[in-house]
Design a protein around this ligand. Structure first.
Ligand SMILES: Nc1ncnc2c1ncn2[C@@H]1O[C@H](COP(=O)(O)OP(=O)(O)OP(=O)(O)O)[C@@H](O)[C@H]1O
Length: 823
């Protein structure tokens, strides 16, 4: 295909003899070549009966024709250098949309091929094919041009969360970008392999494929979460001049750029890590878009924000600089993605206005530059200044790295200690009644350590105090580091506590067995919401649905938080510890189950009380359940409710253990209806609060929605570790097979765990998820005996009768102990 050369412009150095034409050529001022590729509807979209409103009516025009009758309007037409229908092959796309530009590299002209488009639109699919086809053509060309000697070099990077990673390197440290006055932005310490042959090149391509960050999103099971740039550098010279005359020696590079896909968090339903990746991806694509927009409207005049992202810094030559560029914009045809597709075409429209100015890169020129640099090196003093500066910066970075590591370690320690304490407290609490206490109810005269040991015994002035390990580092840095974890400690509002414990040895320290040289303990009180004197949580908080007892929240905290995700280096330690401590695991699990049951019962009671109040006052509660349809049987109603509960759990990011316990214990028997009603109301209210934005009222950080998602992630991490410990390799293999996880795929445990409870519409998968998790956490067979042991067998009683026909909590707990010890 002929390129659209800027009028009046001629390439200054076109056609190095014997290379231009067949080997590409071109260059000079010309516009970026822009093609659009429409992919076919994929299997999921077909199942959903998605329609496509896009049609390529000829080789250069694609139209959007909305087939919705109420929206019928004149089709919108978009023109590009080339458009490819959904049945076009990648070879066709390459031949007509990228080949000419790619092969310019053989003429000493830099070239870049980009794929741009929303997530799952086919960028990687297209670029993988184009890269191989272009490489194949280059090898083929070299084969047929023995009169020249070629050297091919290959390097590969990815930009993941704004960090540049060497895909061929052995170290995973991010690479730095340096500004070279001659070469522009260069990547420091990037591995560059000299290609030995075709097989070597293929091997390197597969290494890149393996190394690249891939993640599963709702829209793409193997979504690329990073921008990938593969660079082939071609150096060539006429054979007779090898080592002598460099006048015909050429050097140029060809970049294959597979951008990460733009995505809408709402569509990709991304959360946690994926959401963070998505934010980075969108931000760098935004910078790319604004660079392209500015270049298209004002050429290279004015400020172009290349430096606003690593992606645009690295790609600067390809964006209006010394390179020929072809962009392939990929589109998903589905109607659900129409807005994203239009945005892609908007980008494509701007890109085709951008003019680049590629020149032939004679090696001679490069040599002259190097010679010039040698002749007048930068002065010794400026060099040493720069070096000193660099060293200082390196030292600073290293120090910060150490500090971050230390803070992370502290946080993890504190978190796991907090979990242990909460579990212990849940167990100690037993019947979960606060006993009257003879201490000063204000707590003023108490020392904090005694608050710990009797931490849950203040009738009317409940104070739960947690013990958080603290080491010298933070104390040393106190005052000059108000960020991160240090701030969390301050947030408790009891800055003075540290000095109290600093002055006296806690007589009832939780951890008497600590070695002497271990860091001292500091007490940090619970978040303010646990310290309310009236035992009632803020009604607008996440847990603040009508009738939810505060302690339920406390009891569930171990579930909500799970174990903290640790850094890989630390994880082995954690695993090690945990492995040696299976009994503790089981104990913790059962404490969690007990806490779950206790919380549920209290909720049911509170709800029953609410119900009484509602009967007495005719006001309609906003969270009332709609009346059951008269035609359905009670069983059908319960089944429907069960399904709704599953949907609500999903929507509210409820911890998986809670879902599992509940799901297995309450299967829709008539006796379960009260609990199911309670759960349904709780969740409906939670979701309504979330929809109304109430969750952003002063709610403790760790139970806000974003942290629920984070907690879910941690919980999945805990389950993944348990898979390793609790399932035999055969059992794991069986599960992978059952869940369709291919044997060769990476991180199979993580993939499986991600699938658990992920499809609320599918009750079969839901059942299966619950039974897998039950096995992982050692939930005893959920039958009537367990229910009875947990005191969950009976319908909740009205509060005024509770004193006579109470919940048999003590009996339930001791029964449970029997069940456990016999199990
Ligand atoms: N033209 C096509 N023909 C057939 N299948 C395609 C085509 N384009 C893409 N696909 C399929 O669609 C899925 C998504 O494609 P791909 O991973 O290339 O998307 P992507 O744009 O790179 O997504 P992301 O930005 O999330 O990485 C893959 O399973 C791929 O095989």
């Amino acid at each position: 295909m002929r390129r659209r050369r800027e009028e009046g412009e001629e390439s200054d150095e076109r056609g190095v003899s014997g290379i231009a034409g067949e080997g590409g050529g071109g260059g000079g001022k010309e516009r970026i070549q822009v093609s659009v590729r429409l992919r076919p509807l994929n299997a999921k979209e077909l199942v959903r009966n998605e329609l496509s409103d896009w049609e390529c009516i000829n080789d250069t025009t694609i139209i959007f024709r909305n087939s919705l009758p109420e929206r019928s309007m004149t089709p919108i037409a978009y023109n590009f250098d080339r458009v490819f229908r959904c049945d076009s092959t990648t070879k066709q796309v390459y031949e007509e949309g990228a080949k000419e530009v790619s092969l310019s590299v053989l003429s000493g002209i830099n070239a870049s091929i980009f794929a741009y488009g929303q997530t799952s639109s086919g960028k990687t699919y297209t670029m993988t094919g184009i890269t191989e086809l272009a490489m194949g053509d280059i090898y083929d060309y070299i084969q047929r041009h023995q009169e020249r000697a070629f050297v091919l070099k290959f390097s590969a990077i990815e930009i993941y969360n704004e960090a540049v990673k060497d895909l061929l390197g052995t170290e995973s440290v991010p690479l730095r970008l340096l500004d070279d006055p001659y070469r522009g932005t260069v990547i420091e310490k990037l591995t560059e392999e000299t290609l030995r042959n075709w097989a070597h090149m293929k091997e390197l391509l597969s290494i890149c494929e393996v190394q690249r960050q891939i993640g599963e999103t709702l829209l793409n099971e193997t979504s690329s979460r990073s921008h990938q740039i593969l660079r082939l550098t071609v150096e060539s010279s006429a054979r007779e001049s090898v080592g002598e005359d460099h006048s015909s020696a050429l050097s140029a590079s060809l970049d294959f750029v597979d951008l990460a896909g733009s995505e809408r968090a709402s569509q990709a339903l991304s959360a946690g890590v994926r959401l963070k990746e998505g934010c980075h991806i969108n931000r760098s694509l935004l910078t790319l878009g604004s660079v392209i927009r500015k270049l298209s409207s004002q050429g290279r005049n004015g400020h172009i924000p290349y430096r606003d992202s690593k992606l645009t810094r690295i790609l600067q030559p390809s964006l209006g600089g010394n390179a020929r560029t072809a962009i392939i914009c990929t589109l998903s045809p589905a109607r659900g993605h129409v807005e994203q597709s239009k945005n892609t075409l908007l980008f494509a429209g701007c890109a085709k206005e951008v003019v680049t100015n590629a020149k032939v890169n004679h090696l001679q020129r490069e040599l002259a530059r190097l010679e010039g640099e040698l002749r007048c090196p930068r002065t010794a003093s400026s060099m040493s200044q720069a070096e000193t500066l660099l060293k200082e910066k390196d030292a600073q970075i290293e120090k910060m790295g150490r500090e971050i590591k230390e803070l992370t370690r502290q946080r993890d320690l504190a978190q796991s200690r907090l979990e242990d304490l909460l579990t212990a407290a849940a167990e100690d609490r037993g019947p979960r009644r606060w006993e009257p206490c003879s201490c000063d109810p204000s707590g003023a005269s108490q020392d904090l350590s005694s608050s710990i040991c009797s931490g849950n015994h203040h009738q009317g002035s409940y104070r739960e105090v947690h013990c958080v390990e603290q080491d010298d580092w933070r104390r040393r840095n106190r005052g000059d580091d108000e960020s991160g974890e240090a701030l969390n400690y301050r947030e408790s509002g009891h800055e003075d506590q540290e000095s109290v414990t600093g002055q006296q040895e806690a007589p009832h320290s939780f951890d008497r067995s600590r070695p002497h040289d271990s860091p001292p303990l500091t007490l940090v009180r619970s978040p303010p919401y646990l310290e309310r004197d009236d035992h009632t949580p803020p009604s607008d908080s996440l847990g603040g649905f009508p009738g939810r007892p505060e302690k339920f929240q406390v009891g569930l905290l171990p579930f909500i938080h799970g174990r903290p995700e640790l850094e890989p280096s630390e994880r082995s330690l954690d695993e090690h510890e945990a492995e040696g401590n299976m009994a503790a695991d089981a104990e913790q699990d059962m404490a969690s189950i007990r806490a779950f049951a206790d919380g549920l019962k209290e909720m049911a009671q509170a709800q029953a009380a609410e119900g009484t109040a509602a009967e007495e006052t005719p006001t309609e509660k906003p969270w009332r359940n709609p009346p059951a349809s008269p035609s359905s049987s009670p069983r059908e109603e319960l089944e429907k409710k069960r399904r709704e509960i599953v949907e609500l759990w999903h929507a509210c990011d409820i911890p998986l253990l809670h879902r599992t316990f509940f799901f297995l214990l309450f299967k829709g028997d008539p006796g379960d209806s009260a609990y199911m009603e309670v759960e349904w109301r709780r969740l409906s209210s939670l979701r309504r609060a979330s929809a109304q934005g109430n969750l952003y009222q002063p709610v403790p950080e760790d139970i806000r929605p974003s942290s629920s998602a984070r907690a879910l992630r941690r919980e999945r991490g805990m389950l993944r570790r348990r898979m390793q410990r609790r399932l035999s390799p055969e059992e794991r293999e069986g599960l992978y097979r059952e869940w369709g996880i291919p044997a060769e795929s990476k991180r199979r445990k993580a993939r499986l765990v991600r699938l658990l409870w992920s499809d609320p519409g599918n009750m079969e998968l839901t059942e299966e998820s619950a039974s897998i998790i039950a096995k992982l956490v050692g939930l005893p067979e959920p039958d009537e005996a367990l229910k009875e042991a947990l005191g969950l067998q009976f319908l909740p009683q009205r509060p005024r009768r509770r004193s006579q026909n109470g919940w048999r909590k003590r009996d339930a707990v001791s029964d449970l102990s029997r069940v456990l010890s016999s199990g």
